[in-house]
Write a protein that binds this ligand. Sequence first.
Ligand SMILES: [Mg+2]
Length: 313
Amino acid sequence: MRPEEIPGWISRALPVPDRTVVWLLDVDDTLTDTQSMHHDAAESVASELSGSMTTSLAASVARRFREVFDELLVLHQQVSTADRAALNSVKELESRVRGHQVEIQEKWGITRLFSREILLRIAVEDCGASLPPKELNRCVDRYWDHMREHPFVFPDAARFSRRLASHSMPVYLMTSSDARYRECDDGQFAYDPRASRKDKRKRMVNLRNHGISYASSFIGDPIDKPSREFYEFVFSGISRDLDAPLQSLSIVVAGDSYRSDIQTPLEICDSTIGVLCRREQSAVRVEADRVLSVGDFDMLTRMLDVIEGEDRG
Ligand SMILES: [Mg+2]
């Protein structure tokens, strides 16, 4: 796609009489500032940890817990870095995260980067602290309570949600598992997909109180992004919910990770188009054949305004 083709692309994201446009939105770091939510919730973990260790050690563990997440997010969002030492350190971190979920990988065939139970265990190890599994699970429960009760919805995402609602465009959320693992006494982690999904569902439902309107949410427990199976499940769920064949729908997927949120849905369905949300980007860019990248949702809203104004004029 060439830059001059962007307006035509945007017009495909608007409904016309014989075509329903469906928006399929990622949540974490797309609609919500999950990184900042994590920083905030990590503070609440410090006070929980101080029941099991000195206040200063608890503060160090909480700080490391924040950092581990931030380092892995770079990997998830495929941010390119020329700093080889930093890259090697993140790769080593990823390998430690994998090492903590060998049994889950064997049983479910998945490895997840962001299980906070595992990230907190790594932070505890890195700070030379000691925390029994029962206490670790309790601290992470408080962390997730905080994450659910205090979502930071990006203001532009809430404005965009209102815009889609005012056009009665169907909106669905597609979100990865929060990987609510439990640490067992032998140091291994266990995974109950139903419990993990139930907790994430509560977090999604609360977004409706913070400006995000949607019909339903698809949660990656146990089948997760970016697998084909997950997106086939999502597409068939949308088709069933709207009582319309998939071929009659135009689906726009939006997310902060090309690999997790955009690549597979575009492979499955030729009419699907993608929006990559890169929060530091200052202008709309052509990312790939059927993908635009934007710095925020206001950029998209403004372009929709222009196209609609032209259509009316
Ligand atoms: Mg995301």
